[in-house]
Design a protein around this ligand. Sequence first.
Ligand code: GSH
Length: 241
Amino acid sequence: MLELYQFKHSPFCLKVRLGLNAKKLSYRIIEIQPGVGQVNIFRLSGQKKLPVLKDGENVISDSTSIIEYLENITKESPLIPNNPKEAAIAHVIEDWADTTLAKAVRLELIKAVATDSSLREALLPEDSPRSLKSLVKTLPFDFINGITEVIHQNESQNLIKSLDKISNLISSNEYLVGDGLSIADIAVSAQLSFLKFPYSSGINLTNKGCPGFSDNPKLQRLFKWRDDLEQHLFAVDPALI
Ligand SMILES: N[C@@H](CCC(=O)N[C@@H](CS)C(=O)NCC(=O)O)C(=O)O
């Protein structure tokens, strides 16, 4: 059976889970503890980032390489379009999501966590002791916010503009590229999780996220598109969303 080594809330790990589910592959998840757990990941894969996929003797790191590997082991639901022009566009959108978008959403989440103690608490693993949860809730994070505010105001506006444009791509089409699910859809929707957590992040986090994004009317179509995609791939009961 395929084994996915992951961090619970990592968008890159979510991207791979979406890919595995799209391809209807069975897999086992192994949750890794940041820091200590990464020592074993380094031994296994020669680098310390997650996701890492293990398929028998084969160990693959990097979400893009993992999806390419999955493309090679099954013909089910190709995520790289057959049409070379569409494949090129899907690749560029995936690359943008994995780099520019990933960096921007990470900064937004850091900023949100600095000001929102309930978000901070919800991000802790579900089995964390209550004493740790209440400690994390009360820590004074506000000082970080002063710094990120300065770096960040323009970047937030640019991110909203880019997402608004991406949202236009799905105004008349279910998918970002062509008429089928592709690597572009799963890469973008996975990164959106830090802005507004999806159902798959667990009950404590669902719909929480970054102020100015999770509650931004301009972005709701995009979040709904992401939720529909997750509902389809993870077979979520719509009543629960
Ligand atoms: N390009 C990689 C990025 C993976 C990545 O940045 N993973 C983060 C978690 S979201 C990580 O493992 N960070 C831990 C570290 O850098 O030590 C991919 O597509 O898989």
